[in-house]
Design a protein around this ligand. Structure first.
Ligand SMILES: [Zn+2]
Length: 487
């Protein structure tokens, strides 16, 4: 009997991994096994340790991966799985493949650096501390990727075909509409991956592109209306909240101006992909409209240049407003006063900048990367300002700093937090509760079952209640390793 099993992003927002097996191994037959996403667990140690566990089915028996987007919590375990024996195709959209070709090696590099650090300092209980995978492992697995265009129907086994549809979350992101034939019947399952912003007030059933949008908030056109799956597997990151829908620019300008008056600098931990580009265009606009002074902006992420090039290559994916900005200002790589730090020594030189500047660096949740040394240096000084523009998973350093703690542990040292800390939630690339309901209300029929994944327990359970009260749908919060029969 065919089944679906949640191997990650159940009870947490990371480690997205959902297995479909067309035949239960119990009957002696080996079915076709496909993973929707293959993400890294991030955040709390108990979650991260799961990255080291063997998958419940041997990696060499997994036939294919269908990938929704390039974020590491969806794609970051692919090199590990390949190391464990997975040799099947990884189906993804062309922009997702381009993004993975820089993000996965970068992830391998960060893990090597972290293992190296622990080995030097003797701070790991494992001797030697090992990376989950290396930069080379990540590069080696890229040949498994196969491009599939949006809308193209791809048959991957006699029983399974799928189609990518827009999710509007980040560049290249998609949902997976999967058709499974069992007992002579074809059933449609929809895996949302991460769902981007839905312009409010709810624009459906009118063309989504014509809907009103808060300025600077939405980069993509949003998910498609009118889905009709029998079973829905949906993210619930913001199942317990509604984002502020106002324009973030006045508040951002105020924070930057206040910091400049104090003689401090603004430090922005940002995901190198999508969020950094969105933020740079906003800062550029604020500078050009003289709402903030022309201070230097340092973009300190090894991936930033490559990610910007990929963004410019696929600029046709953006909505009208974002496309206009791109054609008005061109590539951030050529902007005066915007400095990129491709090498480690360029990064360290930013520590010597003692006049007001803006430093944008990754990782976005302060789990690793060059942002660590910028925060280590500037967090203890009250003149500086940290601005979070992304989700902070519980247990990450980003979450600790954002939630008002007095200190945070970086490179085995307790670093006092005296700098100002602010968070601008408007930048989110995830739909909030109101937006999710708006999108669900366009469905042509109610799914027989809706499983909520990719949410902290509180968010997922509140969304479950909201969906059943407002839409009258049967919804379930997915449990880790739970199996659902697909007969
Ligand atoms: Zn994502």
């Amino acid at each position: 009997m065919a089944y679906l099993q949640f191997l990650g992003a159940a009870g947490t927002v990371t480690g997205s991994k959902h297995l479909i097996n067309t035949s239960d191994a119990g009957d002696g037959r080996q079915g076709f096994q496909v993973l929707i996403d293959c993400g890294l667990f991030q955040g709390k140690k108990e979650w991260r340790e799961r990255n080291w566990q063997d998958p419940p089915v041997p990696a060499n028996q997994i036939d294919a991966i269908v990938l929704t987007h390039a974020h590491l919590d969806h794609a970051g375990l692919i090199p590990r799985l390949a190391k464990q024996g997975f040799q099947g195709p990884v189906y993804a959209t062309p922009p997702t493949i381009d993004l993975c070709s820089v993000m996965l090696p970068d992830s391998g590099h960060l893990q090597e650096e972290e293992a190296h650090f622990h080995n030097q300092k003797g701070t790991s209980k494992h001797t030697p501390a090992l990376p989950l995978y290396t930069l080379q492992d990540a590069e080696d697995c890229m040949h498994l990727f196969q491009p599939v265009q949006f809308g193209e129907v791809k048959q991957i086994s006699p029983e399974i075909s799928f189609r990518f549809v827009h999710a509007g979350h980040i560049l290249g992101s998609c949902m997976v509409e999967l058709l499974l034939k069992t007992n002579g019947q074809s059933r449609k399952y929809l895996f949302t991956g991460d769902i981007g912003r839905v312009p409010l007030p709810c624009p459906y059933p009118a063309a989504p592109k014509s809907g009103p949008e808060a300025p600077g908030r939405v980069v993509h056109a949003g998910p498609n209306p009118g889905e009709d799956p029998e079973l829905l597997v949906m993210e619930s990151t913001y199942g317990n909240r509604v984002h502020p829908h106002d324009d973030p620019r006045p508040q951002l300008a105020q924070l930057i101006n206040d910091t400049v008056h104090r003689g401090g600098s603004v430090i922005v931990p940002a995901f190198a992909v999508e969020r950094t580009q969105k933020f740079l265009f906003m800062v550029k606009e604020l500078i050009e409209s003289r709402q903030i002074p022309r201070i230097p902006v340092f973009i300190d992420s090894p991936m930033a240049n490559k990610a910007i090039e990929i963004f410019m290559k696929y600029a046709n994916e953006f909505n009208d407003e974002a496309r206009q900005l791109v054609s008005k200002y061109g590539s951030p790589l050529s902007w005066e006063g915007f400095h990129f730090a491709p090498k480690q020594e360029d990064s360290r030189k930013i520590n010597d900048v003692h006049y007001p500047c803006i430093i944008v660096s990754s990782s976005g949740m302060v789990t690793g990367g060059r942002i660590l040394h910028h925060l280590m240096q500037r967090l203890p000084d009250p003149r500086h300002q940290v601005i979070f523009i992304g989700f902070q998973s519980p247990g990450t350093r980003g979450d600790i700093i954002k939630s008002g703690h007095k200190s945070v542990r970086i490179y085995s040292q307790d670093v006092p937090i005296r700098a100002h800390v602010a968070a601008l939630e408007q930048f989110s690339d995830h739909a909030d509760t109101e937006e999710l309901l708006c999108w669900l209300s366009t469905f042509k029929r109610k799914p027989q079952n809706t499983f909520l994944v990719h949410g902290e327990p509180e968010a997922a359970s509140l969304l479950q209640q909201t969906i059943s009260t407002k839409l009258g749908w049967q919804a379930t919060v997915a449990q880790w390793l739970q199996k659902v029969s697909l007969a």
